[in-house]
Design a protein around this ligand. Sequence first.
Ligand code: IMP
Ligand code: MG
Length: 176
Amino acid sequence: MIIHGKAFEPYITHQQLESAVKRLGESISADYNNKPLLILPVLNGSFMFAADLVRHITVACNISFVKASSYQGMQSTGHIKQLIGLNEDISQYHVLIVEDIIDTGETVHHLMQDLEERNPLSVQVACCLFKKEALKQPIDPQYVGFEIENVFVVGYGLDYDGLGRNLPEVYKITTN
Ligand code: IMP
Ligand code: MG
């Protein structure tokens, strides 16, 4: 498959995604039984993973989509991610961030800092894909669909310059 002139090859099948999502949903359901749960999928990338995941969550939960918006930091540290779209009081909730992918971990790290300031009961992370080797922040996601190699991927919500989010499976860039 060619996207923006680059070749991609199949990497994770729809069936593999389905069984990982089911496993994560069951595990989340067991862990949050009788706890006030607020699920925060991070747009845009997590829309597909989140929609599939919550179908396997059998405990009561609130779901609110948020966005990690980049803004230029004041101290030349580059792009800092800021949480937008969360208006509710989260102090009575156990929060579960739902991400499509953790790469350097910068995004989730900043979201967690932002959330912690709002004093939730707890904050955990569920991600579909985890590029563990690329990690630059001390992020330890509790729920991981797949640990993947440090390679660029598209599909299942993830895009390459705007394209590929609608693909039901994950593709990786062809390197040879
Ligand atoms: P971070 O480096 O962990 O902050 O990753 C932040 C964001 O980069 C993710 O939420 C994705 O939107 C994007 N990203 C990282 N790796 C990939 C990839 O392989 N394909 C598409 N988007 C990616
Ligand atoms: Mg994302």
